[in-house]
Ligand binder design. Sequence first.
Ligand code: AQP
Length: 342
Amino acid sequence: MATNHANGRAGGAAERPRAFSGIQPTGTIHLGNYLGALMNWSAMQDTTDGIYCIVDLHALSVPREQGEIRLATIEAAKDLLAIGIDPERSILFVQSHVREHTELAWLIQCVTGFGELRRMTQFKDKSESNDFVSSALFTYPALQAADILLYDTDVVPVGDDQRQHVELTRDVAIRFNNRYGNDDEPVLVVPEHRIPPAGARVMDLQNPEAKMSKSLDSPAGTVNLLDTEGEIAKKFKRAVTDSDGEVRFDPETKPGVSNLLTILASATGGEPEQLAADYTQYGPLKADAAEAVLELLRPVQKRRSELDDDQVKAILADGADRARAVAAGVMDRVRDAVDLLR
Ligand code: AQP
């Protein structure tokens, strides 16, 4: 991919595109997070320079128990290391350790329309299910745009639910450039999303019309990264399907069966439509999907069990130093472009 340089990053064919993405420390990582985003984060380390962030400030946009975020941040870092984020090749850090995120978020809010934020479906969904709706939940996509733009990001690997937020990020970056840059010298790099062909939207096994989610409170429908072999087998065995008995990929009319095919395809690198032809009954499809997920998660669980807190904290501290060095350069350029008094 051609890098969209405007700025502090030296151009040149040899330079690799930069990938940035984030995850909230809000509970155990599930199969949707893994197949939709994290598997890509790990694979993309071969072709991109990765910057991966635990977005603790985002998690505070809904009320949390005191002390919950600090512990969950360490757990999320362990999950990311276990799925294969390599601190030698990528930067892994915590959002609140790099102050420039909130500074850029304000400047981004100044070029983001109230109407644009109001159209975000994630805000609509989450504001309906929370008693207290913070203004941070509303401006969440502006902070997310700042997270991405702060690192001259070329590509953002995310699940399909984040498509709208990355598109907003592109829109506000273009607006920012029109206001503060010029054609020869845009201020911000305009990123693209990278959404996987299969697994972009993994659905809840008990309620296949809703996406698998940390906040859905559906233990039987959510496959967690640390589930045991028995738990995974049971969850797939009990997955909701339908009564017509035909194995066919059709998310509209057969959401449960299509979700199983999606999971199997994503875990094995196949195509859901083609895999459907291998099955005449739901039972073997469920068993194969469970086995494929187990194959994927076994090495992750083993690596995770070998990590200790001190080791993880040291990795995050080093990651924050490296992230800060990139962010400081971009913020200098942004402050000059906005023409703030030095
Ligand atoms: N069901 C899913 N299918 C595919 N991808 C998914 N992602 C989340 N759920 C699915 C992707 O995982 C990445 C990190 O997610 P996150 O925790 O930062 O965001 P989220 O959308 O808030 O995840 P959850 O599990 O749905 O958490 P809650 O319930 O707290 O909102 C993102 O790239 C996301 O696309």
